[in-house]
Write a protein that binds this ligand. Structure first.
Ligand code: ADP
Ligand code: ZN
Length: 757
């Protein structure tokens, strides 16, 4: 890198101001500040780490220029292409460029790293001995329901958990732990914190497959791609999309010496997929995952930027892996909403991937069995090249899906009253029950999906109808057992379950809505000989509990895997021959324009877990809306019909992909002030559009957000709709830069929101 001599440089700082700053560089500084270098600078009365953007333009010279304190590195940390990418993000997502830059660099380089004392240990709680039969269990725990709850929770966690998780997140009392420990049912021991779970995971040997005709055709088309091309690989579940990704990368990395990035929705949920890449590319891969310490993440970043590793595999932020000579970015399950970052900058990794690939001359492969409507529209318009894998590989067939109509034969006692548990037969109808019993009898495995964690979703007074809600958020509190409490899924607020209604003093509290904990109990009672594992946020302490549970399923130890949406993703277990959806309707009626799409994707994905081996598979979907197009199209495996019906439902009023959307959210502790700000902002926007004759942009609202209050903040929102991305950018930027907001209130803008809740 030639040493540029710069007197005055332009610096991007991670501060919430839409501008860059000018600083002077001492000629005697040991390192030169080149474009892309980190610089340590005084800012107001503190120090900030910024990025040098090059020589300052003489026009923007302010009166007094402060001097750069330090240039810590010998060379740049951002390439010219990465700087361009950050500028695009800043522009498109309406954030200061310094904030965009901070989000693409590892915390060790931005000053955000947590101090890392050497290897830490933590205390692990393990099961002491087994209580395999229901009878032994009843005997052991007659007078200790809390101990039983904890014991069974540990079982569902794969036999161990950290002490911290049990005491803090799950709020067990230390006396319950002591009781179990004294009886030898659990042991508590110190263990070194495993920093990199992948480091100790044995890599299974790669199973070589000869690509099917459809796979071969897709691979050949991608091989002929030009720079910046985007492919949408629409392959049904089990069609072998991973093999296509691997062949594409093999060619690029081994034959043309290029580098690649593989994005997966969540590493912890897809250890099998990651294993397949590791089996082929071994040490060429850096797996970027949330269990890495800041130091390890930085090591991986260095190895990638030096070219020691050629492939980065990771979730959303791996799209920023510092690879030179990038050949391809793969986005697996491109429809997943986890690709969208929920905080500033609210980028979508799929969109960033496409822009980065265009800048660097790479290609992009977006893979999904159920592509997002946005990607599908781009394939239809010819912006992306569509590739189809219409059949399962290896002789597998898509499973037969049967509907169980929950409206028929409501249980004889009707919906249950009081605190008594509902009849099993009300929750799991005969058809699904027989299939479960038969699957168990054959020694095969089942997956049950219920997308609602906790025991019951809310508690209501039978006398006055009062529903217990969170004091901080406008949503109901969920009843959890093990330990017994009411919990807010938004802010974590907990309270004891009071047997008396706080409003009328009534004593008939009713449990409403099923949660996974309740289904787990019902299933365990019905099939006492079966090993049931539950996988949801409550059973997964630290992200690595997922892999533990999934490994137990893979080894055949688990007969029935029950869980929330996290069990619907890329699992590939040939012995799973039954999938049951306990209640397909959770979420289908959410006030969000993507609710149906989300439901269709979830049903298709979870159904896709069945019948991946030669034994075939069956799927049962229990629902009260069997004629809803999301359900009908999932049952018939008809993606095309779904997109066409869904897209035509988004014409009037228009929603993406028919238009572009930005969601502006106003929030504050004071309800009235928040409401006033939203009203004032809307008037401001309407006037702007009128005076500037920007009639392509429509303002909808203001209205309270569907979840009006979260973590004690009241929330209002306004939607901007526009056919033209560029026009939407201009209006959004002007608003965010110019509209003034009192310090007690907050405004955020979410471009291309994935949810409007
Ligand atoms: P998808 O991601 O499309 O759901 P996967 O990539 O997980 O599908 O592949 C499903 C299974 O098929 C995997 O176990 C994989 O090893 C296997 N497989 C992939 N390609 C072939 C092939 N050409 N012949 C036989 N089996 C294959
Ligand atoms: Zn809350």
């Amino acid at each position: 890198m030639p040493r540029e001599t710069l007197g005055l440089v332009e610096v991007a700082l991670p501060v919430p101001l839409f501008q860059t700053f000018t600083y002077a560089l001492e000629p005697s500084a040991p390192n030169a500040a080149v474009t892309g270098s980190r610089v340590v600078v005084p800012f107001r009365n503190r120090t900030e780490i910024g990025i040098c953007l090059g020589p300052a333009s003489p026009r923007s010279l302010p009166g007094k220029v402060r001097t750069i304190t330090e240039v810590p590195d010998a060379g740049p940390v951002l390439s010219a292409d990465m700087i361009s990418l950050c500028r695009w993000m800043a522009d498109y997502y309406i954030v200061p460029v310094g904030i965009a830059m901070r989000s693409v660099l590892p915390a060790m380089l931005t000053g955000a790293a947590q101090p890392q004392p050497g290897r830490k240990t933590h205390r692990i709680v393990r099961l002491g001995h087994d209580l395999p039969t229901l009878l032994e269990r009843e005997k052991a725990f007659t007078r200790a329901p809390q101990q039983r709850a904890l014991f069974e929770l540990l079982e569902s966690l794969g036999g161990n958990s950290t002490l911290e998780h049990l005491l803090q997140q799950l709020a067990f009392s230390p006396s319950v732990l002591k009781g179990l420990e004294k009886r030898g049912l659990i042991v508590i021991e110190a263990e070194e914190i495993e920093r990199d779970p992948f480091a100790s995971r044995t890599i299974p040997a790669a199973t070589p497959h000869t690509p099917s005709d459809a796979q071969a055709a897709a691979i050949a088309t991608i091989a002929g791609a030009g720079r910046g091309d985007v492919f949408l690989l629409n392959g049904v579940t089990g069609s072998g999309k991973t093999l296509v990704y691997i062949e594409v990368l093999k060619r690029l990395v081994r034959e043309t010496g290029k580098a690649g990035i593989v994005l997966v929705p969540e590493i912890a949920l897809t250890p099998q997929t990651v294993d397949r890449f590791r089996a082929v590319f071994g040490d060429d891969i850096a797996v970027l995952h949330s269990a890495l310490s800041d130091g390890e993440r930085y090591d991986a970043w260095l190895a990638l930027s030096r070219g020691e590793k050629r492939i980065a595999v990771g979730a959303r932020s791996a799209v920023f892996a510092p690879l030179a000579n990038l050949g391809a970015i793969i986005v697996d399950e491109e429809h997943e909403t986890s690709y969208k970052q929920g905080e500033t900058p609210r980028y979508h990794a799929r969109e960033v991937a496409i822009v980065r690939a265009r800048l660097e001359g790479a290609i992009v492969v977006l893979g999904s069995a159920t592509p997002s409507l946005e990607s599908w529209a781009n394939a239809e318009s010819g912006k992306y090249t569509l590739l189809n894998l219409p059949e399962r590989v290896g002789g597998g067939r898509l499973p037969k899906i049967e509907i169980v109509d929950l409206r028929h034969r409501e249980s004889p006692t009707g919906p249950r009253e009081g605190a008594a548990p509902p009849a099993y037969s009300y929750v799991i109808r005969d058809e699904l029950d027989s299939a479960l019993a038969a699957t168990l009898a054959r020694g095969e495995q089942s997956i049950l999906l219920l997308n609602r964690r906790g025991y019951s979703s809310f508690v209501q007074c039978g006398d006055c109808g009062n529903v217990i809600v969170c004091p901080n958020c406008s949503i109901t509190l969920t009843h959890h057992r093990a330990p017994e409490r009411l919990l807010c899924h938004y802010c974590g607020h907990q309270e004891a379950l009071n047997p008396v209604c706080g409003r009328c003093g009534g004593r008939t509290l009713r449990q409403r809505g099923l949660g996974t904990q309740q289904v787990e109990r019902l299933i365990s009672d019905r099939f006492p000989g079966a090993t049931v594992a539950r996988m949801d946020v409550d059973t997964t302490s630290g992200k690595w509990a997922h892999a533990g549970i999934l490994d137990r399923v893979a080894s055949g130890e688990v007969d029935i895997l029950l869980g929330t949406q996290m069990i619907a993703k890329g699992l590939d277990f040939p012995n799973v021959t039954l999938v049951g959806v306990v209640d397909a309707d959770t979420g289908i009626n959410l006030p969000d324009f993507r609710a149906s799409e989300r439901c269709f994707q979830l049903l298709s994905q979870v159904a896709g877990r069945a019948g991946r081996g030669p034994k075939g598979g069956r799927v049962f979907i229990q629902t009260r809306v069997p004629n809803h197009h999301a359900v009908v199209c999932a049952v018939t495996h008809d993606y095309l019909r779904f997109v066409h019906e869904e897209a035509s439902g988004r014409v009037s009023p228009p929603y993406p992909p028919n238009i572009r959307l930005a969601n502006i959210v106003f929030s504050g502790m004071d309800a009235m002030a928040t409401d006033d700000l939203a009203v004032a902002a809307t008037a401001w926007l309407r006037e702007l559009l009128e005076t500037q004759r920007l009639d392509g942009v429509t303002v909808i609202g203001p209205a309270p957000c569907p979840i009006e209050r979260i973590k004690t903040r009241w929330r209002w929102h306004v939607l901007l709709k526009c056919a033209q991305a560029g026009e939407l950018t201009r209006v959004s930027r002007y608003f965010m830069e110019k509209f003034s907001v009192p310090p007690s209130l907050r405004v955020t803008l979410d471009r291309d929101p994935v949810a409007l809740l």
